[in-house]
Design a protein around this ligand. Structure first.
Ligand code: KG4
Ligand code: ZN
Length: 355
């Protein structure tokens, strides 16, 4: 029986300053004792997107209070933790450095082990924190920076089937929202506008859908939206119709690619029968409803984390840290932050791992 561990997780790779304390053991589910998030929406809104330098400064100014609050909400002292985990990449390097340096300082002061984590692995393992999902599973990872289909066979054991050749799914939502003047962050704004829109008003392209493989492309879709925006009067109804038509196209691409991947992995030597959806775009209702129909049709179990755990948060970092700690995969204090860090290479290169 695995030992129950209590871990503090720190997340600063994009525009959320987050810290959480999680308790449990693999394969989960775990108990979220606290989950504190300070967003930076007000700081970035005037620019219609995340400005890296502003993000890094904002992390510096609030991170200590966010961590204090996470510990006090959980009723746990530093001394009572088994370890401290922080996102070490991929992400905006200034922000990643802030969180990782803070984690190192806390480890140095408390003598607790450090787990330097891949942010994408933290998204991927959220389904174990919330549902205790067993390995292996097919993972659709859809966030502001990534759009990938992977097979996950264990902690640090990912095989990538496909990725985006241009924009990430969340990026496409964000850029489309900006074109439509819907503000930031774009995904929730598009989803809200789409409720009052007609998804069949425009037949936007579904890039790469008729090609082999599992890759994605969203830039053609964004260009098609731009063409309509540039040539049409943007009434409120028109904005809602474009948002709904865009969302229908983006979701169809994600669902069709996922279906193809489910068909492919169900024939593996160890068949995969579970689809996990992770990352900010997993919060989209149309996506989860459409995927649940697709998964049911192919005999797959669909696991989507609650919306608050789909977007960046400290609980997913604490949980992934807890799983690694349980396996003895701790990091040295000399570990460096990384702007780029592909998930499928992490098996061979567990950064800073001592074991
Ligand atoms: O995982 P995340 O919080 O940060 C990254 O690691 O990128 O994902 C943020 C992305 C943003 O692009 C945001 O617009 C998108 O997730 N997003 C959504 C929704 N909520 C967040 N996209 C579509 N529908 C949503 N409801
Ligand atoms: Zn993320």
């Amino acid at each position: 029986m695995a030992k129950t561990l209590t871990v503090l997780g720190i997340e600063t790779s994009c525009d959320e300053t987050a810290a959480a304390v999680v308790r449990g053991c693999a394969p989960g589910p775990g108990e979220i004792l606290s989950n504190v998030i300070a967003d930076q929406i007000a700081e970035h809104a005037p620019f219609g997107g995340v400005v890296p330098e502003i993000a890094a400064r904002a992390h510096v100014s609030v991170l200590d209070r966010v961590i204090e609050r996470a510990l006090s909400d959980a009723g746990v002292s530093l001394a009572q933790l088994d370890g401290i985990a922080a996102t070490a990449g991929p992400g905006l390097i200034g922000g990643v450095a802030v969180g990782l340096t803070m984690a190192k300082a806390l480890c140095l002061a408390s003598g607790k082990p450090l787990v330097a984590l891949n942010h994408l692995e933290a998204h991927a393992l959220t389904a174990r924190l919330t549902y205790g999902a067993a390995f292996p599973f097919l993972l659709l990872l859809v966030s502001g920076g990534h759009c990938q289909l992977l097979v996950c066979e264990g902690v640090g054991r990912f095989t990538r089937l496909g990725t985006t050749i241009d924009d990430a799914a969340g990026e496409a939502f964000d850029k489309t929202a900006k074109l439509l003047g819907l503000g930031f962050p774009g995904g929730p704004a598009i989803e809200k506008a789409a409720v009052s829109g007609n998804p069949r008003r425009f037949r936007f392209p579904r890039p790469l859908l008729d090609t082999e493989g599992f890759d994605f492309s969203f830039s053609g879709l964004k260009t098609a939206v731009r063409r309509v925006v540039d040539t049409t009067e943007l009434t409120d109804q028109m904005v809602c119709d474009i948002a709904a038509s865009f969302q229908a196209a983006a979701v169809e691409v994600l669902v069709e690619r996922s279906k193809k991947a489910m068909q492919a992995v169900s024939g593996r030597a160890i068949p995969v029968r579970r689809l996990v959806v992770a990352g900010g775009v997993a919060a989209n209702r149309l996506l989860s409803i459409s995927l649940s129909q697709a998964a049911a049709g192919l005999g797959f179990e669909l696991l989507v984390a609650p919306a608050a755990l789909c977007t960046d948060n400290g609980a997913m970092v604490a949980w992934a840290g807890l799983e690694r700690l349980g396996l003895g995969l701790v990091s040295g204090l000399d570990v460096s932050p990384r702007a780029r860090w592909p998930l499928d290479a992490s098996r061979a290169a567990i950064v800073g791992a001592k074991s």
